[in-house]
Design a protein around this ligand. Structure first.
Ligand code: KG4
Ligand code: ZN
Length: 344
């Protein structure tokens, strides 16, 4: 089975062709046209600019995905498209392109949940992987644990009460002068950071909620970091050199250790011994190390997709779409995009 995937929920226009054979998925192409340079000027994603950039990029991106895969539209079995959650104007570009394409070539259309699709990157990274397992999706919009009971059966068992981990990286990254999106730059800067002299100065609250839950709250950490940085600015103290790197290390450490601390309880709650970590923040080198240590300590298997499959891409959408298609899920000409998480 050949599935064309289309993704336009935020700031990457992406198209991919995925082949499904015997329940396994393989990416034949995965083209990502990033808008990051455009939005960097503004320090964050500007929704209206994102929508316009998707409109410009979508046709060439889809054509390139088909040609790189060596697949013609006629050979496709279905078109899978991210229908939610995300920026509504951005989503609408992908959904409307997918509907027109599917109508023109008389192909079925499959709406895909972007957050579930992040987990499906693991099936591409490890063909043969099958549920059940625990999935942790850490991205710009989500920090959620899912008990993945089947290829299309996601049960959220924990999440963030406010901001997501990626957003927490990007917002504070911007304040300390890192280019948008701050996550990857903070990851690198934190590698250079030596906290030994700064541990007391850069004491930050944990975003892991206490008690018997698998939830996070990143807003308190963000506020504490802002207060700390504002206090330094008011005292005329510069945040540069090794001090800036030490701050990045303390801030990254607060996020990563909070997430890692919830992994054993999340594994126990799901009854699984395997953990997939997916989403843009899954590319974070500190998180990858911390998760490996926790999983080793509790005897669980860890599956980390390669970093190019962590960020937004259409291969993950096509992969999830292949399983949904097999389960009989179809959209029609009335298919609409929506910004929220709900599948309805
Ligand atoms: O999954 P994604 O591409 O888009 C959403 O669905 O949100 O995730 C984007 C997020 C951004 O917040 C970005 O800063 C973060 O992933 N990110 C990272 C790293 N690479 C990307 N965060 C921390 N460390 C990284 N290496
Ligand atoms: Zn995403």
């Amino acid at each position: 089975m050949l599935i064309l995937g289309i993704e336009s929920s935020c700031d990457e226009t992406s198209a991919a062709v995925v082949e499904e054979r015997g329940g396994r998925v393989y990416a034949l192409s995965n083209i990502v046209a990033s808008q990051i340079e455009t939005h960097r000027l503004y320090g964050g994603v500007v929704p209206e600019i994102a929508s316009r950039a998707h409109i410009e990029a979508i046709s060439p991106t889809v054509l390139q995905a088909l040609s790189e895969a060596g697949v013609t539209p006629r050979e496709l079995d279905a078109v899978a498209v991210t229908s939610h959650p995300g920026l509504i104007g951005a989503l609408l570009v992908g959904v409307n392109f997918a509907k027109s394409f599917a109508y023109a070539w008389d192909k079925p259309i499959v709406p895909v949940n972007h957050v579930h699709a992040h987990t499906a990157a693991a099936y591409l990274a490890m063909p043969g992987l099958e549920p059940p397992f625990l999935s942790l999706v850490v991205s710009g919009g989500h920090t959620s644990f899912y008990h993945v009971a089947g290829f299309t059966d996601y049960r959220e068992i924990g999440g963030t009460r406010d901001d997501a981990a990626g957003e927490a990286f990007d917002k504070i990254g911007r304040v300390i002068g890192l280019p948008y999106p701050g996550g990857a730059a903070m990851d690198k800067l934190a590698r250079e950071g030596d906290l030994s002299e700064y541990r007391r100065e850069f004491m930050l609250p944990s975003p892991a909620l206490t008690g018997d839950n698998l939830d996070f709250s990143f807003s308190g950490l963000k506020t504490a970091a802002l207060n700390l940085l504002n206090g330094m600015a008011q005292r005329g103290e510069a945040l540069e050199g090794e001090r800036r790197a030490a701050f990045a290390s303390a801030y990254t450490g607060a996020i990563v250790s909070a997430i890692a601390s919830k992994i054993p309880a999340a594994l126990a709650a799901s009854g699984c011994r395997r953990l997939v970590i997916a989403g843009g923040v899954a590319a974070n080198s500190h998180l990858r190390e911390a998760a490996a240590n926790v999983c080793r300590a509790v005897g669980a298997e860890l599956i980390l997709p390669p970093t190019n499959l962590c960020g937004d891409n259409a291969a993950m959408v096509a992969a999830e779409g292949a399983f949904l298609f097999s389960a009989g899920v179809r959209g029609d000409v009335s298919l609409n995009a929506h910004a929220g998480d709900s599948d309805n």
